[in-house]
Design a binder for this molecule. Structure first.
Ligand SMILES: Cc1ncc(C[n+]2csc(CCOP(=O)(O)OP(=O)(O)O)c2C)c(N)n1
Length: 406
């Protein structure tokens, strides 16, 4: 006993704690640790591809993993967000073609994921989105034109993250996951009951920051739900060439957190799974990872040609699983969505599209020197030099133009 290293005692104490933590969580649900970490039934699906509600036995839910069905009024509100989200995607893609926006990574086909991510959050919760998650940001209630500011190429992100509790849409893959984990850590230290939803794509799960974020969140038991939208492609790289893990949800298990899979085109299943994950995280059982199976229906961005790396037959196959059609069929069948409601929702979608058109058609005159203004409190000598050079060029340009108009 006297020969034991001090470090060894500490490590084994830590191990006992970790096992006890997982055991306690699994016991709470009356299942084994393995079943808690990875429900064995695969991807959860509550609504089938024709919009029919599946029997509980068919849904893919496992004992101990109960997913309460949202109420009819919540589903109708979510359907409205889905229809508006689809309109936003198509309007923004058109605005790019008209030269009103520099770039738009469309989430056409992924709107159910976008809506569920936004609607599962409470007022004190945070969301950390990627470049593809504009619809989720708008569904959180952020002004659509402010949301698109980043994509028209302005110097700032458009909205105040602290005000809305929504991080700026991140272009560098997975940096936002580390920010998300940091916010969750701070909230936990302050004793707040904040939950953080941290979003990324399938390709992003290969990034080092993804693994660091998961490990840190698991070790510190942080209230984070990692939400991976597996849309099958990372630009031109299909999932099969990205990862040979049995699923992306399995990656969570390696860090000692539960990993769930859900049909990413089934809004009802997504709402049920995300709400449960957020509730568990709030109750101290986090972090968790949710992998949603969906499909990027359009090119990566307007700068990409998806026909160069994927077959049209595959796109058609996913067209048949469209989240909007499925939900519409279900709600109509339930008598929740009548013609009047459909007309009201279509009007709301058009109003959103026209707000985007008006906002993005307005000319903005960015000051090129803003590029340098907000980077450092004390600019580096190189930046100061570049700024002076730009100011000189702009002044000479203005002088030439004045000369030309004389
Ligand atoms: C750190 C970093 N590396 C590379 C890129 C270039 N890049 C932009 S999007 C992308 C693919 C990401 O795919 P995925 O995570 O599946 O998300 P999706 O675009 O499909 O939503 C890559 C490699 C980047 N933005 N950031």
């Amino acid at each position: 006993m006297g020969t034991e290293q001090p470090g060894a005692a500490a490590a084994s104490a830590g191990e006992v704690d970790r096992a006890a933590y997982l055991d306690e969580t699994a016991r709470k649900f009356g299942i084994s640790v393995e079943d808690y970490l990875l429900p064995t039934h695969g991807s959860i699906r509550i609504l089938d591809e024709t919009g029919r509600l599946r029997d509980v036995g068919e849904q893919g839910t496992a004992p101990g993993h109960e997913y309460p069905m949202p109420e009819a009024d919540e589903l109708l509100a979510a359907y409205e967000a889905l229809v508006v989200g689809r309109r936003v995607n198509d309007q923004n893609s058109a605005l790019v073609r008209q030269g009103r926006m520099a770039v738009y990574p469309s989430s056409h086909g992924q709107e159910a994921c976008q809506v569920a991510a936004a609607l599962c959050l409470g007022d004190n919760d945070w969301m950390f989105p990627t470049y593809r998650d504009s619809v989720a940001v708008m569904t959180k209630g952020i002004d659509p034109v402010e949301t698109m500011t980043l994509f028209r190429g302005d110097w700032h992100g458009g909205y105040d993250p602290a005000k809305y509790k929504v991080g700026i849409q991140s272009t560098p893959l997975t940096t936002q996951l580390l920010h998300a984990v940091g916010v969750a850590h701070a909230a936990k230290l302050r004793g707040e009951d904040t939950v953080v939803v941290a979003m990324c794509g399938d390709g992003a799960t290969s990034e080092g920051d993804f693994h660091e974020a998961l490990n840190f969140a698991a070790v510190f038991k942080l209230p984070v739900v990692f939400f991976v939208q597996n849309n099958q492609y990372a630009i031109s790289v299909p999932l099969a060439q990205q990862s040979v893990a049995p699923s992306l949800a399995h990656k969570a298990v390696g860090y000692g957190m539960a990993g769930e899979r859900v049909d990413g085109n089934d809004l009802i299943a997504l709402m049920a799974v995300m709400r449960r994950a957020v509730r568990l995280a709030r109750e101290g059982h986090g972090p968790l990872l949710v992998e949603a199976h969906t499909y990027r229906m359009q090119a990566h961005t307007n700068a990409d040609d998806a026909t160069r790396y994927r077959q049209d037959a595959e796109v058609q196959e996913w067209m048949a699983k469209d989240p909007v059609t499925r939900m519409r069929t279900y709600l109509q069948g339930e008598g929740v969505l009548d013609e009047a409601a459909e007309a009201r929702i279509a009007e709301a979608a058009e109003a959103m599209a026209s707000q985007l058109r008006d906002g993005l058609n307005a000319e903005v005159e960015p000051d090129p020197e803003d590029l340098f203004r907000y980077v450092f409190t004390e600019p580096t000598s190189q930046l100061a030099e570049q700024q002076a050079r730009l100011a000189d060029e702009l002044a000479r340009d203005a002088a030439t133009q004045t000369e030309a108009t004389r």
